[in-house]
Write a protein that binds this ligand. Structure first.
Ligand code: NDP
Ligand code: ZN
Length: 175
């Protein structure tokens, strides 16, 4: 609990100048909080390590945060999960996207849970608050890529996978 609140404050501070890509330029921190909401209230997930990692899942990738900093504040377990969820931004985008699909099956159970929640939240955003300037084709490609990542982590959490599948169905109605 203490770690969780510290992770919430840490993520809020690190993301404080960032916005999502939607028309309302929603504060970025809404996204990690959405993940926690999905994990707890739709998935019944109670692991503090998973919930802390969900709050922190984008800090190394998208903010000036080092692995050492996370280790010092949140310890080895949470840091390891966040690292598993961090894409290597020195790689080209298409390579990063391909590696997510290839690596997902080998992630830890904890990282797979966060990944599932991340994909659920991003598909919901894509349906109701999409990034500005994305045409139908680009959204459809994003749905297809998300489905490919989640295919590799089937068997992690049946309830959350059903939630995800419902969103894929809704994505087919996009026009
Ligand atoms: P990006 O990874 O750049 O953008 C999607 C990511 O942005 C999400 O994973 C999410 O990541 C974050 N995000 C921020 N705000 C939102 C929001 N409101 N809704 C949803 N996600 C949000 O995607 P790509 O540029 O890689 O595009 C996806 C697909 O589109 C690819 O398959 C690519 O091939 C294709 N593409 C098409 C182009 C075209 O013009 N047709 C051009 C470029 C790519 P997080 O969880 O980390 O916040
Ligand atoms: Zn995310």
């Amino acid at each position: 609990m203490n770690h969780f609140v510290r992770a919430l404050a840490f993520a809020a501070d690190k993301h404080k100048n960032q916005r999502r890509k939607d028309a309302q330029i929603t504060p970025y921190i809404n996204h990690p909080i959405d993940l926690v909401n999905v994990l707890v209230n739709e998935g019944g997930v109670v692991s503090w390590d998973v919930l802390c990692a969900a709050l922190l899942h984008d800090v190394i990738e998208d903010t000036e945060t080092s692995e050492e900093e996370l280790l010092a504040h949140f310890g080895k377990k949470v840091t390891a999960i966040v690292k598993e969820l961090t894409d290597d931004k020195s790689l080209a985008k298409d390579v990063r996207k391909r590696l997510q699909v290839e690596h997902a099956p080998f992630a830890s159970h904890e990282a797979k849970l966060v990944k599932l929640a991340d994909k659920i939240c991003n598909l919901r955003d894509m349906l109701s608050n999409p990034p500005t300037g994305w045409d139908l084709k680009r959204k459809q490609e994003y749905f297809a890529w998300s489905a490919a990542v989640v295919l590799g982590i089937r068997g992690t959490h049946s309830k959350l996978e059903k939630v995800f599948d419902g969103l894929i169905e809704q994505g087919k109605q996009l026009q």
